[in-house]
Write a protein that binds this ligand. Structure first.
Ligand SMILES: *[C@@H]1O[C@H](CO)[C@@H](O)[C@H](O)[C@H]1NC(C)=O
Ligand SMILES: *[C@@H]1O[C@H](CO)[C@@H](O)[C@H](O)[C@H]1NC(C)=O
Ligand SMILES: *[C@@H]1O[C@H](CO)[C@@H](O)[C@H](O)[C@H]1NC(C)=O
Ligand SMILES: *[C@@H]1O[C@H](CO)[C@@H](O)[C@H](O)[C@H]1NC(C)=O
Ligand SMILES: *[C@@H]1O[C@H](CO)[C@@H](O)[C@H](O)[C@H]1NC(C)=O
Ligand SMILES: *[C@@H]1O[C@H](CO)[C@@H](O)[C@H](O)[C@H]1NC(C)=O
Ligand SMILES: *[C@@H]1O[C@H](CO)[C@@H](O)[C@H](O)[C@H]1NC(C)=O
Ligand SMILES: *[C@@H]1O[C@H](CO)[C@@H](O)[C@H](O)[C@H]1NC(C)=O
Length: 551
């Protein structure tokens, strides 16, 4: 019943729960009710996630199987992007060209050999080209083109959003275009450059001294990427501290459990804070379970911001960072000669509803009891489940990781298909998955994919198969891409490496198993045609023999 291989990208299927009185055996996997497919075939969770938020809040007594799949987060779930600028369309390009037509007919043919990157018509030609070439992308803002390295080259930078991503988060690309002229002397794109090739158009970065977030000095923002501000917020003042209302959770038994349990618990806590109209005191330091680490041991001291988007979280939820909070608390007690009112809560059995009227500055849940009494998420069980909603929208994946996802998809020009190949321990467990091993053999995959995916397409393989050459047979049919082909994106010359090292106070950060799975899964999600292991490659059930019906 275990599935605990490192880097197991299994699942877009969120979490598997098992309700069981003794809490040692667990059952149950995600349910999604779409209107359409409730027969025998579990609907594809990627597509039907809109209702998930609701479904999750209705699950009681959840406990976690060792589950290494990646949870869907807010950017996968939210129905409509909020506050997204209007993407550029043919109509907007036409409009920006209106004033230029006269110029075009005059100067165009006279100096036909000269490409002038500052000419607005260069930009409109590139915009039109992009619009027709990259259909999966919504283009948002362009910077004026600048010279490339040769006279007929122009570098352009723009922001975009992948249409498959539901958040309004924007990414940046900058490419080098070789320009030329059409017969009627208008500009045209002769050849587009590769992902991030237009280095002259890349905006200089704002670099400020990094603050590790530990010292509470005057705000020293550490902005590495001009798009990411995930510095730790500083509480404004003493009196504001006293007037605030806080919900503080001590570490519980969830610490060092799987990432999905962490999230399930964290979102319960955040949900309780929202229900109580309190600021949640958040410990940004998390413990990565051994299934995801290179050492195969639990590793403490991982920063929440390695995996998730803290900037978004602090924008949409009321939180303070634990160390900041404790410092303020101590200082307040000292300087005022009296203690701030605290309500200590020993057991999860004290429900959020009972705390609703509590006026103490701090409500401190302590979780000192033995497992499984000390799991945070137990606060949200039972009757509380009806009152507390987990704020799934507050949780997005780290933008630094999503930049890697964009780089991988972008380097294939968003024109790729993908196959998800789950192997690892499941493939070895013939009792639970009798056909999986054979159905995911290279030969079986080749014969299955033919007829689904055209020859010589870009084929991204998301997999937990550790042997890189395992898929070599597919290389005589497709242009095969594996996550490890992109290791330069997190290697020691990469942006990701620079930024995470800075975030981590100068210590380098390992690109660990959970990050791998996050990236692998998100790239898979961006494919044009996606072939899944379960129900596409094999008839075995995702959760073991005879579990297909429960989906
Ligand atoms: C959850 O647990 C409580 C007691 O621990 C039990 O009464 C209740 O039936 C359980 N709910 C579910 C859905 O199993
Ligand atoms: C290039 O185009 C810009 C804007 O139209 C114009 O101001 C500039 O003089 C042009 N440069 C050359 C060398 O033609
Ligand atoms: C761009 O290149 C053109 C010639 O190709 C040159 O006249 C112009 O000064 C260059 N612009 C900049 C900003 O270097
Ligand atoms: C980063 O965000 C914090 C709030 O969390 C804000 O106080 C700070 O000014 C921001 N820094 C920049 C450079 O935008
Ligand atoms: C929530 O708390 C804030 C101050 O902490 C207060 O201004 C607001 O009225 C409260 N809202 C509700 C619904 O209790
Ligand atoms: C980066 O890694 C390579 C090999 O992994 C190593 O040879 C090189 O010295 C490293 N560079 C830095 C700056 O750490
Ligand atoms: C990373 O930082 C080093 C030193 O600060 C710098 O030399 C290098 O260019 C940076 N790399 C990237 C991709 O930003
Ligand atoms: C994978 O299986 C599902 C369910 O049977 C089906 O709807 C989907 O079309 C299949 N995908 C491909 C690429 O064959």
């Amino acid at each position: 019943m275990k599935e605990s291989h490192p880097a197991d990208p299994i699942g877009q299927n969120l979490i598997k729960f098992i309700s069981n009185v003794c809490f040692s055996v667990f059952v149950f996997s995600v349910l999604i009710f779409t209107v359409i497919a409730i027969t025998y075939q579990p609907p594809d969770p990627w597509e039907s996630s809109r209702t998930l938020t609701k479904v999750f809040t209705e699950v009681e007594n959840a406990t976690f199987q060792t589950d290494t799949s990646v949870l869907k987060t807010g950017e996968d779930i939210s129905a409509t992007p909020v506050g997204s600028p209007e993407p550029i369309t043919e109509a907007t390009i036409d409009k920006s060209e209106e004033g230029l037509n006269t110029v075009a007919s005059k100067s165009g043919c006279e100096d036909v050999a000269v490409v002038n990157c500052s000419d607005p018509r260069v930009l409109t030609a590139i915009q039109r080209f992009n619009l027709n070439t990259f259909k999966a992308i919504a283009f948002l803002e362009y910077q004026a083109p600048v010279n490339g390295s040769k006279p007929d080259e122009c570098d352009v930078s723009w922001r975009f959003r992948n249409k498959k991503e539901k958040s309004w988060r924007k990414y940046r690309d900058f490419r080098r275009f070789k320009m030329g002229f059409t017969d009627d002397c208008a500009y045209k794109v002769v050849r587009p450059g590769r992902w991030h090739s237009g280095v002259n158009a890349r905006r200089p970065k704002i670099r400020v001294n990094p603050s590790t977030g530990n010292e509470r000095t005057k705000i020293v923002p550490a902005i590495m990427d001009d798009d990411i501000n995930d510095t730790i917020p500083v509480l404004p003042s003493d009196s504001a501290f006293r007037n605030g209302r806080y919900l503080y959770y001590s570490r519980g038994g969830d610490y060092c459990k799987g990432m999905n349990q962490y999230l399930w618990s964290f979102l319960c806590a955040l949900g309780e804070a929202q229900y109580l109209n309190r600021t949640f005191v958040m410990d940004l330091s998390i413990c990565l379970a051994s299934t995801y680490t290179q050492t195969h041991k639990d590793e403490e001291g991982k920063d929440f911001r390695f995996y998730f988007d803290f900037e978004h979280l602090k924008e949409v939820a009321s939180i303070v960072e634990e160390a900041e909070f404790l410092k303020d608390w101590k200082r307040w007690d000292k300087s005022h000669g009296m203690k701030i009112p605290v309500r200590k809560v020993a057991s999860y059995k004290v429900t959020p509803m009972q705390l609703k009227r509590d006026k103490n500055t701090v409500i401190w849940r302590q979780f000192d009891t033995p497992e499984p009494e000390n799991y945070w998420y137990r606060v949200c069980e039972g009757p509380a489940a009806k009152y507390i909603e987990r704020p799934w929208q507050a949780l997005w994946k780290s933008k630094r990781l999503m930049n890697i996802v964009s780089a991988i998809s972008g380097s294939m020009d968003w024109d790729f298909d993908a196959v998800h190949v789950v192997r690892g321990e499941k493939a070895q467990n013939k009792e639970m998955w009798p056909h999986l091993d054979a159905d995911t053999s290279p030969d079986a995959i080749v014969s299955k994919l033919q007829g689904i995916i055209e020859p010589w397409r870009n084929l991204y393989i998301a997999t937990n198969e550790p042997f890189y050459n395992y898929f070599d047979k597919l290389r005589s049919h497709y242009k095969v891409h594996l996550l490890d082909d992109y290791s330069h994106l997190w290697g020691n010359t990469s942006e990701w490496y620079n930024e995470t090292t800075n975030l981590n106070g100068g210590q380098t950060v390992e690109f660990d198993g959970y990050m791998r799975v996050e990236v692998d899964t998100e790239v898979l999600y961006r494919a044009k045609t996606r072939v899944e292991t379960f129900y596409n490659l094999t008839k075995d059930c995702k959760n073991g023999i005879n579990t297909c019906e429960t989906g």
